[in-house]
Design a protein around this ligand. Structure first.
Ligand SMILES: [Zn+2]
Length: 420
Protein backbone atom coordinates (compact mmCIF):
# COMPACT_ATOMS: atom_id res chain seq x y z
CA UNK A 1 0.00 0.00 0.00
CA UNK A 2 1.27 3.49 -0.83
CA UNK A 3 1.85 5.66 2.20
CA UNK A 4 1.85 9.44 2.31
CA UNK A 5 3.04 11.58 5.19
CA UNK A 6 1.34 14.97 5.52
CA UNK A 7 3.28 17.17 7.94
CA UNK A 8 2.43 20.74 8.93
CA UNK A 9 3.23 23.48 11.46
CA UNK A 10 0.14 22.37 13.33
CA UNK A 11 -2.09 19.30 13.21
CA UNK A 12 -5.60 19.58 14.70
CA UNK A 13 -6.95 16.10 15.50
CA UNK A 14 -10.09 17.80 17.02
CA UNK A 15 -10.50 15.05 19.65
CA UNK A 16 -7.14 15.84 21.24
CA UNK A 17 -5.03 19.01 21.63
CA UNK A 18 -3.31 20.61 18.61
CA UNK A 19 0.09 19.08 17.77
CA UNK A 20 2.93 21.48 16.93
CA UNK A 21 5.02 20.22 13.98
CA UNK A 22 2.61 17.35 13.57
CA UNK A 23 2.18 14.65 10.95
CA UNK A 24 -0.58 12.43 9.62
CA UNK A 25 0.30 9.19 7.84
CA UNK A 26 -2.16 8.00 5.21
CA UNK A 27 -2.21 4.39 3.99
CA UNK A 28 -4.57 4.01 1.04
CA UNK A 29 -7.88 5.56 2.05
CA UNK A 30 -7.28 5.41 5.82
CA UNK A 31 -5.30 7.36 8.39
CA UNK A 32 -2.56 5.10 9.77
CA UNK A 33 -0.94 7.37 12.34
CA UNK A 34 -1.22 10.88 13.87
CA UNK A 35 1.46 12.52 16.03
CA UNK A 36 4.50 14.72 16.28
CA UNK A 37 6.77 14.62 13.21
CA UNK A 38 9.73 14.01 15.56
CA UNK A 39 8.12 10.77 16.67
CA UNK A 40 7.25 9.46 13.20
CA UNK A 41 7.59 5.66 13.41
CA UNK A 42 10.59 4.20 11.60
CA UNK A 43 8.57 2.36 8.98
CA UNK A 44 7.51 5.68 7.41
CA UNK A 45 10.78 7.55 7.82
CA UNK A 46 11.72 6.93 4.19
CA UNK A 47 8.58 8.67 2.97
CA UNK A 48 8.89 12.34 1.96
CA UNK A 49 7.59 14.29 4.96
CA UNK A 50 8.34 17.91 4.19
CA UNK A 51 6.70 20.16 6.73
CA UNK A 52 4.14 22.52 5.22
CA UNK A 53 3.08 25.91 6.47
CA UNK A 54 -0.25 26.16 8.23
CA UNK A 55 -2.82 24.02 9.99
CA UNK A 56 -3.78 20.49 8.98
CA UNK A 57 -7.30 19.44 9.99
CA UNK A 58 -9.78 16.67 9.25
CA UNK A 59 -11.68 17.40 6.04
CA UNK A 60 -14.41 19.87 6.97
CA UNK A 61 -18.04 18.77 7.20
CA UNK A 62 -20.51 21.13 5.51
CA UNK A 63 -23.74 20.06 7.18
CA UNK A 64 -26.15 21.90 4.85
CA UNK A 65 -25.78 22.35 1.09
CA UNK A 66 -27.91 22.41 -2.05
CA UNK A 67 -25.16 22.15 -4.69
CA UNK A 68 -27.57 22.13 -7.63
CA UNK A 69 -28.18 25.86 -7.01
CA UNK A 70 -24.53 26.77 -7.59
CA UNK A 71 -25.57 28.63 -10.74
CA UNK A 72 -28.00 30.77 -8.72
CA UNK A 73 -25.36 33.28 -7.63
CA UNK A 74 -27.41 36.18 -9.00
CA UNK A 75 -30.20 35.33 -6.56
CA UNK A 76 -27.57 35.03 -3.82
CA UNK A 77 -26.12 38.43 -4.69
CA UNK A 78 -29.45 40.13 -4.00
CA UNK A 79 -30.68 41.63 -0.73
CA UNK A 80 -33.97 40.51 0.79
CA UNK A 81 -36.06 41.48 3.75
CA UNK A 82 -37.69 38.14 4.53
CA UNK A 83 -37.65 34.46 3.70
CA UNK A 84 -40.82 34.94 1.65
CA UNK A 85 -39.23 37.81 -0.32
CA UNK A 86 -36.17 35.64 -1.08
CA UNK A 87 -38.37 32.60 -1.93
CA UNK A 88 -40.14 34.69 -4.51
CA UNK A 89 -36.86 35.66 -6.23
CA UNK A 90 -35.60 32.07 -5.97
CA UNK A 91 -38.83 30.68 -7.47
CA UNK A 92 -38.65 32.96 -10.50
CA UNK A 93 -35.24 31.48 -11.39
CA UNK A 94 -36.00 27.88 -10.36
CA UNK A 95 -39.15 27.75 -12.50
CA UNK A 96 -37.27 28.41 -15.75
CA UNK A 97 -34.08 26.40 -15.18
CA UNK A 98 -33.14 23.84 -17.82
CA UNK A 99 -32.94 20.55 -15.84
CA UNK A 100 -29.79 19.69 -17.79
CA UNK A 101 -27.99 22.44 -15.89
CA UNK A 102 -28.44 20.81 -12.45
CA UNK A 103 -25.65 18.29 -12.99
CA UNK A 104 -22.87 20.69 -14.05
CA UNK A 105 -23.99 23.13 -11.33
CA UNK A 106 -23.82 20.45 -8.63
CA UNK A 107 -20.38 19.34 -9.86
CA UNK A 108 -19.10 22.93 -9.87
CA UNK A 109 -20.45 23.48 -6.37
CA UNK A 110 -18.86 20.31 -5.03
CA UNK A 111 -15.49 21.30 -6.53
CA UNK A 112 -15.76 24.84 -5.15
CA UNK A 113 -16.48 23.54 -1.66
CA UNK A 114 -13.73 20.91 -1.79
CA UNK A 115 -11.24 23.64 -2.80
CA UNK A 116 -12.03 25.39 0.49
CA UNK A 117 -11.46 22.25 2.57
CA UNK A 118 -14.82 20.47 2.74
CA UNK A 119 -14.73 16.71 2.13
CA UNK A 120 -18.07 15.67 3.65
CA UNK A 121 -21.46 17.13 2.71
CA UNK A 122 -25.03 16.96 3.97
CA UNK A 123 -26.33 17.57 0.48
CA UNK A 124 -30.01 18.07 -0.25
CA UNK A 125 -30.98 16.89 -3.73
CA UNK A 126 -34.27 18.26 -5.05
CA UNK A 127 -33.99 17.25 -8.71
CA UNK A 128 -32.73 13.86 -9.79
CA UNK A 129 -30.40 15.37 -12.39
CA UNK A 130 -28.19 16.62 -9.54
CA UNK A 131 -27.90 13.25 -7.81
CA UNK A 132 -24.47 11.65 -7.72
CA UNK A 133 -22.35 14.80 -7.97
CA UNK A 134 -20.53 14.20 -4.67
CA UNK A 135 -19.45 10.72 -5.71
CA UNK A 136 -18.43 11.99 -9.13
CA UNK A 137 -15.93 14.47 -7.64
CA UNK A 138 -14.67 11.98 -5.05
CA UNK A 139 -16.22 13.68 -2.01
CA UNK A 140 -18.14 12.03 0.82
CA UNK A 141 -21.30 12.55 2.83
CA UNK A 142 -24.98 11.87 2.38
CA UNK A 143 -27.35 12.87 -0.45
CA UNK A 144 -30.67 13.59 1.23
CA UNK A 145 -33.48 13.29 -1.31
CA UNK A 146 -35.99 16.04 -0.76
CA UNK A 147 -39.77 15.77 -0.49
CA UNK A 148 -41.39 19.20 -0.76
CA UNK A 149 -44.85 20.70 -1.28
CA UNK A 150 -46.67 17.45 -0.53
CA UNK A 151 -50.09 17.86 0.99
CA UNK A 152 -52.05 14.67 1.59
CA UNK A 153 -53.87 14.52 -1.75
CA UNK A 154 -50.76 15.15 -3.87
CA UNK A 155 -48.86 12.54 -1.86
CA UNK A 156 -51.61 9.96 -2.29
CA UNK A 157 -52.06 10.71 -6.01
CA UNK A 158 -48.50 9.92 -7.08
CA UNK A 159 -46.21 11.87 -4.75
CA UNK A 160 -45.56 8.86 -2.54
CA UNK A 161 -44.98 6.43 -5.42
CA UNK A 162 -42.62 8.84 -7.18
CA UNK A 163 -40.66 9.52 -4.03
CA UNK A 164 -40.21 5.85 -3.17
CA UNK A 165 -39.12 4.96 -6.71
CA UNK A 166 -36.56 7.75 -6.54
CA UNK A 167 -35.30 6.88 -3.06
CA UNK A 168 -34.98 3.18 -3.80
CA UNK A 169 -33.29 3.58 -7.19
CA UNK A 170 -29.90 1.92 -7.22
CA UNK A 171 -27.11 4.27 -6.15
CA UNK A 172 -23.48 3.92 -5.21
CA UNK A 173 -23.69 6.90 -2.85
CA UNK A 174 -25.02 7.10 0.71
CA UNK A 175 -28.62 8.35 0.63
CA UNK A 176 -30.86 10.02 3.20
CA UNK A 177 -34.39 11.40 3.46
CA UNK A 178 -35.17 15.12 3.55
CA UNK A 179 -38.68 16.18 4.48
CA UNK A 180 -38.15 19.79 3.29
CA UNK A 181 -39.79 21.58 6.22
CA UNK A 182 -42.61 21.18 8.72
CA UNK A 183 -44.64 23.79 6.81
CA UNK A 184 -44.25 22.48 3.23
CA UNK A 185 -45.51 18.95 3.90
CA UNK A 186 -48.63 17.81 5.68
CA UNK A 187 -48.07 16.18 9.06
CA UNK A 188 -49.16 12.74 7.88
CA UNK A 189 -46.65 12.94 5.00
CA UNK A 190 -43.85 13.88 7.40
CA UNK A 191 -44.73 10.96 9.68
CA UNK A 192 -44.58 8.62 6.72
CA UNK A 193 -41.22 9.98 5.53
CA UNK A 194 -39.74 9.46 9.01
CA UNK A 195 -41.00 5.87 8.92
CA UNK A 196 -39.63 5.34 5.39
CA UNK A 197 -36.20 6.45 6.63
CA UNK A 198 -36.40 4.39 9.81
CA UNK A 199 -37.24 1.18 7.93
CA UNK A 200 -34.25 1.66 5.63
CA UNK A 201 -31.87 2.81 8.38
CA UNK A 202 -31.43 6.21 6.68
CA UNK A 203 -30.57 9.59 8.19
CA UNK A 204 -32.91 12.60 8.01
CA UNK A 205 -32.35 16.29 7.34
CA UNK A 206 -34.88 19.15 7.29
CA UNK A 207 -35.27 22.93 7.63
CA UNK A 208 -36.78 24.38 10.82
CA UNK A 209 -37.34 27.89 12.15
CA UNK A 210 -35.97 29.65 9.08
CA UNK A 211 -38.86 32.02 8.37
CA UNK A 212 -39.92 34.70 10.84
CA UNK A 213 -43.60 33.95 10.08
CA UNK A 214 -43.35 30.14 10.01
CA UNK A 215 -44.44 29.93 13.67
CA UNK A 216 -47.71 31.67 12.78
CA UNK A 217 -48.68 28.78 10.51
CA UNK A 218 -48.21 26.20 13.26
CA UNK A 219 -49.92 28.47 15.75
CA UNK A 220 -53.03 29.55 13.82
CA UNK A 221 -52.80 28.66 10.15
CA UNK A 222 -51.24 31.89 8.79
CA UNK A 223 -50.46 31.19 5.10
CA UNK A 224 -47.63 33.67 4.57
CA UNK A 225 -44.77 31.16 4.78
CA UNK A 226 -46.46 29.15 2.02
CA UNK A 227 -46.49 32.09 -0.42
CA UNK A 228 -44.50 30.11 -2.99
CA UNK A 229 -47.41 27.66 -3.35
CA UNK A 230 -49.92 30.29 -4.56
CA UNK A 231 -53.47 28.95 -4.78
CA UNK A 232 -52.38 25.51 -3.60
CA UNK A 233 -51.87 26.93 -0.13
CA UNK A 234 -55.46 26.16 0.80
CA UNK A 235 -54.80 22.44 0.36
CA UNK A 236 -52.34 22.28 3.27
CA UNK A 237 -53.75 20.81 6.45
CA UNK A 238 -52.49 23.55 8.76
CA UNK A 239 -54.19 26.19 6.59
CA UNK A 240 -57.44 24.20 6.35
CA UNK A 241 -57.59 23.59 10.10
CA UNK A 242 -56.45 27.04 11.20
CA UNK A 243 -53.20 25.78 12.71
CA UNK A 244 -52.26 23.36 15.45
CA UNK A 245 -52.07 25.91 18.28
CA UNK A 246 -48.49 24.85 18.87
CA UNK A 247 -44.98 26.34 18.74
CA UNK A 248 -42.55 25.54 15.92
CA UNK A 249 -40.71 22.94 18.00
CA UNK A 250 -43.90 21.57 19.52
CA UNK A 251 -45.55 21.12 16.14
CA UNK A 252 -42.43 19.59 14.56
CA UNK A 253 -42.26 17.15 17.45
CA UNK A 254 -45.94 16.26 17.16
CA UNK A 255 -45.42 15.05 13.58
CA UNK A 256 -42.28 13.08 14.49
CA UNK A 257 -39.75 15.44 12.89
CA UNK A 258 -37.61 15.76 16.01
CA UNK A 259 -35.63 12.57 16.41
CA UNK A 260 -32.04 11.43 16.92
CA UNK A 261 -31.40 10.63 13.29
CA UNK A 262 -32.48 14.14 12.18
CA UNK A 263 -30.57 17.40 11.95
CA UNK A 264 -32.30 20.66 11.13
CA UNK A 265 -30.97 23.67 9.24
CA UNK A 266 -31.14 27.32 10.38
CA UNK A 267 -33.05 26.94 13.69
CA UNK A 268 -33.28 30.72 14.06
CA UNK A 269 -36.82 31.24 15.33
CA UNK A 270 -36.87 28.76 18.21
CA UNK A 271 -37.35 29.88 21.79
CA UNK A 272 -35.76 28.32 24.85
CA UNK A 273 -38.49 25.69 25.26
CA UNK A 274 -38.21 24.68 21.61
CA UNK A 275 -34.41 24.52 21.81
CA UNK A 276 -34.61 22.38 24.94
CA UNK A 277 -37.05 20.08 23.17
CA UNK A 278 -34.51 19.59 20.36
CA UNK A 279 -31.86 18.73 22.94
CA UNK A 280 -34.11 16.18 24.60
CA UNK A 281 -34.94 14.56 21.27
CA UNK A 282 -31.25 14.46 20.24
CA UNK A 283 -31.99 16.58 17.14
CA UNK A 284 -28.92 18.60 16.15
CA UNK A 285 -28.90 22.02 14.54
CA UNK A 286 -26.80 23.25 11.64
CA UNK A 287 -26.32 27.02 11.56
CA UNK A 288 -25.88 28.90 8.25
CA UNK A 289 -25.19 32.51 9.28
CA UNK A 290 -24.16 34.01 5.93
CA UNK A 291 -27.23 32.59 4.19
CA UNK A 292 -29.44 34.01 6.94
CA UNK A 293 -27.89 37.47 6.46
CA UNK A 294 -28.47 37.50 2.67
CA UNK A 295 -32.11 36.46 3.12
CA UNK A 296 -32.62 39.26 5.67
CA UNK A 297 -33.35 36.97 8.62
CA UNK A 298 -32.43 37.56 12.23
CA UNK A 299 -29.22 36.07 13.57
CA UNK A 300 -29.59 32.60 15.06
CA UNK A 301 -29.21 32.41 18.86
CA UNK A 302 -25.64 31.12 18.53
CA UNK A 303 -24.52 32.00 22.06
CA UNK A 304 -27.65 30.37 23.51
CA UNK A 305 -27.06 27.15 21.57
CA UNK A 306 -23.49 27.01 22.87
CA UNK A 307 -24.41 27.80 26.48
CA UNK A 308 -27.37 25.42 26.52
CA UNK A 309 -25.15 22.50 25.53
CA UNK A 310 -26.00 21.95 21.87
CA UNK A 311 -23.36 20.18 19.78
CA UNK A 312 -23.88 22.43 16.74
CA UNK A 313 -22.86 21.96 13.10
CA UNK A 314 -22.16 24.54 10.37
CA UNK A 315 -23.43 24.79 6.79
CA UNK A 316 -23.05 27.22 3.93
CA UNK A 317 -26.48 26.57 2.40
CA UNK A 318 -26.43 27.20 -1.37
CA UNK A 319 -25.09 29.89 -3.68
CA UNK A 320 -28.70 31.07 -4.03
CA UNK A 321 -28.31 32.64 -0.58
CA UNK A 322 -24.60 32.60 0.24
CA UNK A 323 -21.63 34.41 -1.31
CA UNK A 324 -19.48 31.25 -1.36
CA UNK A 325 -19.30 27.61 -0.29
CA UNK A 326 -16.29 28.29 1.97
CA UNK A 327 -17.39 26.80 5.29
CA UNK A 328 -14.76 28.66 7.33
CA UNK A 329 -16.32 31.98 6.27
CA UNK A 330 -19.47 30.84 8.09
CA UNK A 331 -17.40 29.71 11.05
CA UNK A 332 -15.83 33.19 11.30
CA UNK A 333 -19.31 34.73 11.16
CA UNK A 334 -20.53 32.43 13.96
CA UNK A 335 -17.58 33.62 16.06
CA UNK A 336 -18.57 37.26 15.50
CA UNK A 337 -22.25 36.61 16.27
CA UNK A 338 -21.52 34.54 19.40
CA UNK A 339 -19.28 37.29 20.80
CA UNK A 340 -21.83 40.00 19.94
CA UNK A 341 -24.48 37.94 21.77
CA UNK A 342 -22.30 37.89 24.88
CA UNK A 343 -20.60 34.49 24.65
CA UNK A 344 -17.28 35.37 26.32
CA UNK A 345 -15.83 31.95 27.10
CA UNK A 346 -12.32 31.11 25.94
CA UNK A 347 -13.50 27.85 24.35
CA UNK A 348 -15.40 29.57 21.52
CA UNK A 349 -12.94 28.87 18.70
CA UNK A 350 -12.35 25.32 19.84
CA UNK A 351 -16.10 24.66 19.82
CA UNK A 352 -16.52 26.24 16.40
CA UNK A 353 -13.71 24.15 14.87
CA UNK A 354 -15.43 21.13 16.37
CA UNK A 355 -18.77 22.27 14.88
CA UNK A 356 -17.23 22.42 11.39
CA UNK A 357 -15.78 18.90 11.74
CA UNK A 358 -17.03 16.46 14.37
CA UNK A 359 -20.26 18.41 14.97
CA UNK A 360 -21.24 17.99 11.32
CA UNK A 361 -20.23 14.33 11.29
CA UNK A 362 -22.37 13.69 14.38
CA UNK A 363 -25.34 15.49 12.84
CA UNK A 364 -25.13 12.99 9.99
CA UNK A 365 -24.31 9.92 12.10
CA UNK A 366 -20.94 9.66 10.36
CA UNK A 367 -18.84 10.06 13.51
CA UNK A 368 -19.08 6.30 14.04
CA UNK A 369 -17.17 5.91 10.77
CA UNK A 370 -14.39 8.19 12.04
CA UNK A 371 -15.39 11.32 10.09
CA UNK A 372 -14.72 14.78 11.51
CA UNK A 373 -11.56 13.84 13.43
CA UNK A 374 -8.00 12.75 12.69
CA UNK A 375 -7.35 9.37 14.24
CA UNK A 376 -5.72 6.08 13.19
CA UNK A 377 -8.18 3.84 11.36
CA UNK A 378 -10.39 6.74 10.31
CA UNK A 379 -10.98 7.91 6.75
CA UNK A 380 -8.07 9.78 5.11
CA UNK A 381 -9.96 13.06 4.77
CA UNK A 382 -7.66 16.04 5.38
CA UNK A 383 -7.50 19.76 4.70
CA UNK A 384 -4.54 22.11 5.00
CA UNK A 385 -5.01 25.84 5.62
CA UNK A 386 -2.15 28.22 4.96
CA UNK A 387 -2.71 30.23 8.12
CA UNK A 388 0.05 31.86 10.13
CA UNK A 389 -0.61 31.00 13.78
CA UNK A 390 1.97 33.53 14.96
CA UNK A 391 1.35 33.62 18.69
CA UNK A 392 -2.42 33.16 18.34
CA UNK A 393 -4.27 30.26 19.75
CA UNK A 394 -4.19 27.76 16.85
CA UNK A 395 -7.94 27.18 16.71
CA UNK A 396 -8.62 30.90 16.89
CA UNK A 397 -6.20 31.48 13.99
CA UNK A 398 -8.09 28.92 11.91
CA UNK A 399 -11.50 30.40 12.79
CA UNK A 400 -10.49 34.00 12.09
CA UNK A 401 -8.21 33.53 9.08
CA UNK A 402 -8.99 30.10 7.63
CA UNK A 403 -11.48 31.25 4.98
CA UNK A 404 -9.87 31.44 1.56
CA UNK A 405 -6.67 29.76 2.75
CA UNK A 406 -7.16 26.08 1.83
CA UNK A 407 -4.14 24.76 -0.09
CA UNK A 408 -4.79 21.01 0.08
CA UNK A 409 -7.85 18.78 0.33
CA UNK A 410 -7.57 15.00 0.52
CA UNK A 411 -10.62 12.77 0.46
CA UNK A 412 -10.43 9.01 1.08
CA UNK A 413 -6.68 9.31 0.46
CA UNK A 414 -7.04 11.01 -2.94
CA UNK A 415 -5.79 14.56 -3.42
CA UNK A 416 -8.75 16.56 -4.73
CA UNK A 417 -7.26 20.04 -4.36
CA UNK A 418 -3.62 21.19 -4.22
CA UNK A 419 -0.70 18.78 -4.49
CA UNK A 420 0.44 15.83 -2.38
ZN1 LIG B 1 -31.57 24.74 2.75
Amino acid sequence: MTSEVYAADWVLPVVSPPIRAGAVVVDGDRVAWVGSLDELPERWQGVDARRRRGILTPGLVNAHTHLQYTGFDEVGAGAYDSFEDWSDAFGRVYDVVDPASWWPAALAGAREAVASGTTVFAEIVTDDEARGALGAVGAGGIEYLEAIGQFERAWAEGGRADYLAWLDAETAFRRGVSPHAAYSLDGSVIRELIEIARKRGLRLHSHLGESSVEAELYRHGDRRVLAAYGDLRDEFELVRTGGAGDTTGGYADSVGLLCETMHVAHAIYLDRDDRDLLLRRGTRVVLCPRSNAVIGLDEAPVAAYLREGHDIAVGTDSRASSPSLDLLADVRELHRIARSQGYGDADLSRRLVRAATLGGARAMGLDAGGYGVLAPGGPADLALFDVDVNGHDVEEALVLAGAGSCVLAVCAGAVLHGSA
